[in-house]
Design a protein around this ligand. Structure first.
Ligand code: NDP
Length: 238
């Protein structure tokens, strides 16, 4: 039986690129996003068969619990979990509404905690199980106008390193990817000409380039608790 990969936030952007690459590598993909239609459309475009699309808001504990129960019941035990579900609400702190703070922390940080918690028991039953969480360079370096988003991503670093320590003895690995500017819906409103000035490689990254790094971490049997930056060198200038 091929490996089962759960990709949260798999319908668009980085998560979709990860789903495509994993499907090309022969994994069955359980793709999770709030929009069932978008998830179904992406699943229909994946290489191979036996992929499933599930609607779930990762910030809601009951939904996460039910979704992962359903995945295990219908698809079997989970080998890989990729947490790419995320939102941004960029604004200076003084202009950030408390409800946006809650949404950012609940989706980006709590959502990842909930999906990891829901997947772990199942992952104990598979060889070479691995989790990749998606943070951000701004979680490592900070960025004006992204205080709460940065905090949610910085939280993922501590969470990832701690969970790696907790589950290492069970041979489950946990790593964090920290992308810079990647060309997706999330960065569609940014002026690329301005952003690229501080990127040594001189361009935004593509979702497929982050997917390559995610695959590397998923498949590297002796790497855990690490942060891999995928940013074209951006953090060198931050
Ligand atoms: P997109 O906006 O392109 O895609 C976000 C994905 O997450 C969609 O599939 C969306 O589907 C899903 N999603 C959002 N909220 C939820 C939720 N509550 N529950 C379930 N699914 C959800 O974003 P990117 O691909 O650009 O970003 C992916 C991750 O990478 C995010 O965590 C982001 O913070 C991070 N990142 C992105 C960077 C970039 O430059 N693009 C840079 C650094 C980090 P739906 O809306 O249907 O739920």
């Amino acid at each position: 039986m091929s490996r089962l990969a759960v990709v949260c936030g798999g319908s668009r952007g980085i998560g979709r690129a990860v789903s495509r690459l994993l499907a090309q590598r022969g994994c069955r993909v359980a793709l999770v996003s709030r929009s069932q239609d978008a998830a179904r459309a992406t699943v229909a475009s994946l290489h191979g068969a036996d992929h499933v699309a599930l609607s779930c808001d990762v910030s809601k504990e009951m939904e996460v619990q039910k979704t992962f129960e359903m995945i295990q019941k219908t698809c079997g035990h989970i080998s890989y979990l990729v947490n790419a579900a995320g939102i941004n609400r960029d604004a200076l702190l003084l202009r950030t509404k408390p409800e946006d703070m809650v949404a950012l922390l609940h989706t980006n940080l709590l959502g990842t905690m909930l999906t990891c918690r829901a997947a772990l028991r199942s992952m104990l039953h598979t060889q070479g199980a691995a989790i990749v969480n998606i943070g951000s360079v701004v979680g490592l370096k900070g960025n004006a106008g992204q205080c709460v988003y940065s905090a949610s991503k910085a939280g993922l670093e501590g969470f990832t390193r701690s969970l790696a320590k907790e589950v290492g003895s069970r041979n489950i690995r946990v790593n964090l990817l920290a992308p810079g500017f990647i060309r997706t819906d999330m960065t569609a409103g940014l002026k690329e000409e301005e952003g690229v000035r501080s990127i040594p490689l001189g361009r935004f990254g593509e979702p497929e380039e982050v997917a390559q790094a995610a695959l590397f971490l998923l498949e590297s049997p002796y790497i855990t608790g690490q942060v891999l930056v995928v940013d074209g060198g951006l953090q060198l200038a931050m």
